[in-house]
Design a protein around this ligand. Structure first.
Ligand code: GLC
Length: 472
């Protein structure tokens, strides 16, 4: 059962995918309605960002019932239909599991306070992911609880055996309902030093973007403390059997190894955060190519859209990069049509400025892009300029390029062998007898020799932002 080897997983942000009832919010039935369109791309699986009951302090990552469906998104029956529809089309369905925290409105917080982490005051200098201390005083309890993210998201205490037991039941419940695996949220946050030791001052910049107050600290004791994480991962793996588990670990590639002892794969954030420059991208590929379990990702619901980060000109080459790497590739909804960052909500919905990457899918050129017949919860960005219907009809579109790349991907064999990562811009690597050549620089380059299998752009040379797959 290794369907995920070299698979493509398509990330759906449920509230922004397809509204089926005109309330302006995407829902489960809407996803089911669009399954043929997703299947037409050739992807192997869908991953749904959280669709559980939630007061939406963090876009659904604050959960009040791990085995339910938020009423604004549908019902368990709707989800069963989605599972069946996905399977009927030969695809798998993954859910997002959030083991680090619940919503503060989860009944456990009052009924089982001992499932959370408490102290008499702010017990250390740890900083929350979205800024400020991880400690907040709960007036009712008269004590302080720990939250690695927003104050509305208290962290669970996995040392209380009730927590792993409850999480095991959650995993088994969903697997029993036919789900094929999980994306595991914020895993490094589970790794807290048991003595809650202070984080030391940072010796250098953080490995990945962080809040200004956390950037002065090295997150040595508040995150990624492996002795704490190992048993958690082992418990999740035990519960999941051989189901697919991809971990969100916000750490550099050389720290992913211990996680992969239990996970199927882990996101390679070094690639996502790499500057669009051949040496840097080549380095990120090289460091991750040896991992048994690289999950490649160029964007998701948290960070900037590909085109917004690296420039629209480079979108086609970025697609070729993502979809020719060995391992599991994750494609975020909208990237296949080149959706860019949007203006966000007015007033903002997300308090951490992530509305810009959560705008509705653009299915057609109508005013709301076919997403809703009502008023969307975030405005459409530019459906007339880019949408699925137009791009499906155009064999030269970005959507069609994605479809062609995914079809070809399934024929690629072997690991990744880096051939060139030149300051001038050429990034080239081999998969078996196929050479992938990408121009990440600003000047035209010679097209390497070989029989062209797929080009991002026609022409005698390899211009900036262009890519080619060549045999020989
Ligand atoms: C992960 C999610 C992000 C969420 C956070 C807390 O990083 O991707 O959206 O805010 O975890 O659950």
């Amino acid at each position: 059962m290794t369907w995920w080897r070299d698979a493509v997983v398509y990330q759906v942000y449920p509230r922004s995918f397809q509204d089926s009832d005109g309330d302006g919010v995407g829902d489960i039935r809407g996803i089911t309605r669009r399954l043929d369109e997703v299947a037409a791309l050739g992807v192997d699986a869908l991953w749904l960002s959280p669709m559980y009951p939630s007061p939406l302090a963090d876009g659904g990552y604050d959960i009040t019932d791990f085995t339910g469906v938020d009423p604004s998104l549908g019902t368990l029956d709707d989800l069963a239909e989605l599972v069946a529809g996905t399977h009927r089309r030969g695809m798998r369905l993954l859910l997002d599991l959030v083991p680090n925290h619940t919503s503060i409105e989860h009944p456990w917080f009052r009924a089982h306070p001992d499932r959370y982490i408490w102290a008499g005051g702010a017990a250390n200098n740890w900083k929350a992911a979205f800024g400020g201390s991880v400690w907040t005083r709960d007036e009712r309890a008269g004590r302080w609880y720990l939250h690695s993210f927003f104050p509305e998201q208290p962290d669970l205490d996995w040392r209380n055996p009730e927590v792993p037991a409850a999480m095991r039941d959650v995993v088994r419940t969903w697997l029993g309902r036919g789900v094929d695996g999980f994306r595991l949220d914020a895993l490094d946050s589970l790794g807290k030093h048991p003595d809650l030791l202070d984080d030391p001052p940072a010796a250098g910049p953080p490995p990945f973007p962080d809040t200004p107050d956390a950037a002065g600290l090295e997150r040595r004791h508040s995150r990624n403390w492996m002795p704490t994480i190992r048993p958690v991962l082992a418990a999740l793996r035990e519960a999941a059997g051989d189901a697919f588990l991809v971990g969100e670990v916000y750490r550099p590639t050389d720290e992913l190894g211990p996680y992969l002892e239990s996970l199927t794969c882990a996101f390679v954030f070094e690639l996502l955060f790499s500057p669009w420059e051949a040496e840097a991208v080549g380095g990120a590929l090289d460091r991750a190519a040896g991992l048994d379990g690289a999950a490649w990702v160029l964007s998701n619901h948290d960070f900037g859209r590909v085109g917004a980060r690296i420039g629209e000109r480079n979108q086609r080459a970025a697609a070729m990069l993502l979809l020719t790497l060995p391992g599991t590739a994750f494609l975020y909804q909208g990237d296949e049509i080149g959706l860019l960052d949007g203006p966000g909500g007015d007033p903002p919905v997300d308090r951490y400025n992530r509305d810009r990457v959560r705008h509705p899918m653009q299915w057609d050129g109508g005013r709301q892009g076919g997403f809703t017949t009502g008023t969307p919860w975030l405005p459409a960005v530019d459906p007339a300029a880019r949408n699925v219907a137009d791009q499906r009809a155009d064999p030269a579109s970005l959507w069609s390029l994605h479809r062609d790349l995914i079809a070809l991907r399934h024929e690629l064999r072997g690991g990744l062998e880096l051939v060139a990562a030149e300051p001038g811009g050429l990034l080239a690597y081999r998969r078996g007898d196929v050479l992938v050549a990408l121009n990440l620089g600003g000047d035209e380059l010679d097209l390497p020799a070989g029989e062209p299998l797929l080009r991002t752009h026609p022409g005698p040379r390899l211009g900036p932002g262009e890519g080619a797959m060549l045999r020989g």
